[in-house]
Design a protein around this ligand. Structure first.
Ligand code: GLC
Ligand code: CA
Length: 560
C-alpha cells in the first residue's frame, strides 16, 4: 500500500526551514521527483448540479478516485471567467473562477481537500493573451489614451500590415491593429519586442514601463493563486510572450525572473510549460516541459502519425507510428529528439510525455486494450513526470462527427464527458441529456470506470499496478537513469533499463503484432517479472534472452 503524507499548508511553505531559499534546488520542488499528473478538462469531468457542465465540486468528489489511480498531482485547464470562445483559454478575469464551475471558495476548498489526500493542484496560466472581454483589453481598445493603452500589442494604423504577426483590424474605434496570439479574440498581452523596429515606435522594448506593468500584473496573478494554496502552474503557450524574439532570449529571461520569484517565495511551487522544447523551457526556468505534438514530430511519431488526420496541428504526412501494430513505425525519431533534450536537461528539469491532452486525438483511437496497455507500460516507466489525460486510463474514445464546441474544432472529440458508470449520462451528470456540455460517447461498449474497477484485467487496473510499482521503486522515479538498449531506424521493439544504484528494472515494449527475440548483454543473477504480458526473460550464458510476443510488454526487476 502506498502511504501518502499530508502536505504542508501553503502559508507554511515559504517559511519552512526544511527548504530554505538559500539551498540551491536546480530541479525545483522535491515532490516533482515522484509526481504523476492527471489532467482535468473541468467541463467534462463531473457535473454535480445538473447543468450539464462539470464543476469544481465534481473534481473534489473525484479526488479519491484520482489518488486511487496512483496520481499525486492534478492540472486543471483554465477555470476562470471567460466567454469560452476557446474553452476558457480566453480569460476575462484571471482571479475569478467561472461561475459555471463554482466560486473562488470552491477552488480553495479543492486545494485543501486535495492536500489532505496528498494531491498537488496546478492551475492553467494563460500568460500571453486574454479574451477581448477582459477589462484590460476593453480599455486598451478605446481610442483615447488610458492606463491600458499599451498593455496589448497595437500598431498605429488599421491600414498598416504587420507581415510576421497575426493581426486583427477594425475591432474598435482605436486606429490600429492588435496582435492575436491564437484565435482572433485572444489579443496578445504586451511583453515587448526583443528587437523592436526603430521605425515603428509602437513596438515597445522589453523594458518599457507599460511592458513592465503587464509583467508585474502577471506575477501578481501567480502570487494570488499560490497564496490561495495552488501548487503551481501549467503555462499555456509559454514561448509566445515576447515578440520578434529569435532564440527566445527575452522570453526566457522573463521566465527566469518568474522562476527566481518562485525560488525565493514559493519554493514548493511547480512551473510546467507548454513549450515542447525542454532544452529551451528548462533553461528558461521551468521545472517541467511537455514534449508534445508541435516543434517537431517526436511525440507524433509515437502515437498519432496515421490516425489523427483532422486533429489540431497533426497531419498524417510521415508514415506510421511506433505504437501501431503494423510494425511499420519506428521509435528512432522519438528517441533521437527525446535523448537530446533529456541529456541537456536531466540535471535541471523534467520532461513530460503525456498520454494525450485536450488539443489532440484520443490515444485509444483505433487501438485495442492490449495495445493501450503496452503504451501505458511505456509512459509510466519513463523518467520525468508522467501525465494522464482524464479518461485515457479507461481508454475513453475519440468521438467523431461532433460540431465544434467552444473553439474545439477537431479537438472537440477528445473533450467528451468522463464515463463513470453504466447509469444515466454515464454518471457524468444528473441533468438532461440535451444539456450536456458534449454528448457522451454513443457507441456500444463504451468504457466506464465502474466496469473496469470490477475487472482485474482492465486498463484501469493496469495503470494502477504500474503506478504502484513506480511509487514503490526508487529506480523508476523521475530522476533516475534511463538507458535505452539499441534502437535502430528499422522497426525494433524498445528495450530500456531504469536504474538507481544497484536497483535496476528492464522494460520491454513491443507494440507490433510480430514476435521478436533479443539477446541482451546484461549480467544479473535472477529476474522477477513485475507487470506486463507476453514477454519472457531467461538468463542465457552471459546475458539475457528476451522473447516478445506480438503486442507485448513487461517490466522486470533485475536481481544482482
Ligand atoms: C494552448 C492550449 C489550447 C489553446 C491555445 C490558446 O495550446 O492548450 O487549448 O487553444 O493554447 O490559448
Ligand atoms: Ca455543473
Amino acid at each position: 500500500m502506498l502511504v501518502r503524507k499530508p502536505l504542508r499548508p501553503a502559508e507554511a511553505r515559504a517559511a519552512d526551514p526544511r527548504s530554505p531559499p538559500s539551498v540551491r534546488r536546480p530541479k525545483g520542488p522535491a515532490w516533482l521527483r515522484h509526481a504523476v499528473f492527471y489532467e482535468i478538462y473541468p467541463q467534462s469531468f463531473l457535473d454535480t448540479n445538473g447543468d450539464g457542465i462539470g464543476d469544481l465540486p465534481g473534481i473534489i468528489r473525484k479526488l479519491d478516485y484520482i489518488a486511487s489511480l496512483g496520481c499525486n498531482a492534478i492540472w486543471i485547464n483554465p477555470c476562470w471567467l471567460s466567454p469560452f470562445g476557446d474553452a476558457g483559454y480566453d480569460v476575462a478575469d484571471f482571479c475569478r473562477v467561472a461561475p459555471r464551475y463554482g466560486t473562488n471558495a470552491d477552488l480553495r476548498r479543492l486545494f485543501r481537500e486535495a492536500r489532505r489526500r496528498g494531491l498537488r493542484v496546478c492551475l492553467d496560466l494563460v500568460a500571453g493573451h486574454t479574451s477581448v472581454e477582459h477589462p484590460w483589453f476593453k480599455a486598451s481598445a478605446q481610442p483615447g489614451k488610458n492606463p491600458q493603452t499599451n498593455w496589448y500589442v497595437w500598431n498605429s494604423s488599421v491600414w498598416e500590415d504587420v507581415p510576421d504577426l497575426a493581426t486583427v483590424q477594425g475591432f474598435s474605434a482605436r486606429d490600429g491593429r492588435y496582435v492575436a496570439n491564437f484565435f482572433h479574440f485572444q489579443p496578445a498581452l504586451n511583453f515587448g519586442f526583443a528587437r523592436p523596429d526603430p521605425r515603428k515606435p509602437w513596438q515597445l522594448p522589453v523594458d518599457h514601463p507599460d511592458v513592465l506593468r503587464v509583467r508585474a500584473e502577471m506575477k501578481r496573478i501567480m502570487r494570488y493563486w499560490l497564496d490561495a494554496g495552488a501548487d503551481g502552474f501549467r503555462v499555456d503557450m509559454a514561448s509566445s510572450l515576447v515578440k520578434r524574439d529569435p532564440g527566445y532570449q527575452q522570453t526566457m529571461a522573463w521566465w527566469r525572473e518568474v522562476r527566481a520569484m518562485c525560488d525565493r517565495d514559493y519554493p514548493d511551487a511547480a512551473l510546467i510549460s507548454e513549450w515542447s522544447s525542454p532544452r529551451h523551457a528548462i533553461a528558461a526556468g521551468f521545472h517541467v516541459d511537455f514534449l508534445i505534438h508541435f516543434n517537431g514530430l517526436a511525440y507524433t511519431t509515437l502515437f498519432r502519425h496515421e490516425r489523427s488526420r483532422d486533429i489540431f496541428g497533426v497531419r498524417a504526412r510521415y508514415g506510421h507510428s511506433f505504437f501501431d501494430r503494423s510494425g511499420r513505425g519506428s521509435v528512432a525519431e522519438f528517441l533521437r529528439t527525446y535523448l537530446r533534450h533529456y541529456r541537456l536537461t536531466r540535471r535541471t528539469g523534467y520532461i513530460s510525455i503525456p498520454s494525450g491532452n485536450h488539443d489532440i486525438g484520443r490515444l485509444s483511437e483505433g487501438r485495442t486494450v492490449a495495445e493501450l496497455k503496452v503504451i501505458f507500460t511505456f509512459l509510466l516507466t519513463l523518467p520525468g513526470v508522467p501525465c494522464i489525460y482524464y479518461g485515457d486510463e479507461i481508454g475513453l474514445r475519440h468521438v467523431h462527427g461532433l460540431p465544434s464546441k467552444e473553439g474545439g474544432y477537431g479537438r472537440t472529440g477528445a473533450r467528451t464527458p468522463m464515463q463513470w458508470t453504466g447509469g444515466r449520462n454515464a454518471g457524468f451528470s444528473t441533468g438532461s441529456r440535451h444539456r450536456l456540455y458534449l454528448p457522451i460517447d454513443p457507441k456500444a461498449g463504451r468504457p466506464t470506470v465502474e466496469t473496469q474497477l470490477n475487472d482485474p484485467e482492465s486498463l484501469l487496473h493496469h495503470v494502477r499496478r504500474l503506478l504502484r510499482l513506480r511509487a514503490e521503486s526508487p529506480a523508476l522515479g523521475g530522476d533516475e537513469d534511463f538507458l535505452p538498449l539499441g534502437a535502430t531506424s528499422r522497426y525494433r521493439p524498445l528495450v530500456y533499463l531504469r536504474r538507481k544504484g544497484a536497483e535496476r528494472f528492464l522494460v520491454a515494449i513491443n507494440p507490433a503484432r510480430t514476435e521478436h527475440e533479443l539477446l541482451l548483454r546484461i549480467r544479473t543473477k535472477s529476474v522477477a517479472g513485475c507487470v506486463g504480458s507476453g514477454v519472457s526473460v531467461e538468463i542465457s550464458g552471459s546475458g539475457l534472452r528476451l522473447r516478445m510476443r506480438g503486442v507485448s510488454h513487461g517490466v522486470f526487476r533485475l536481481i544482482p
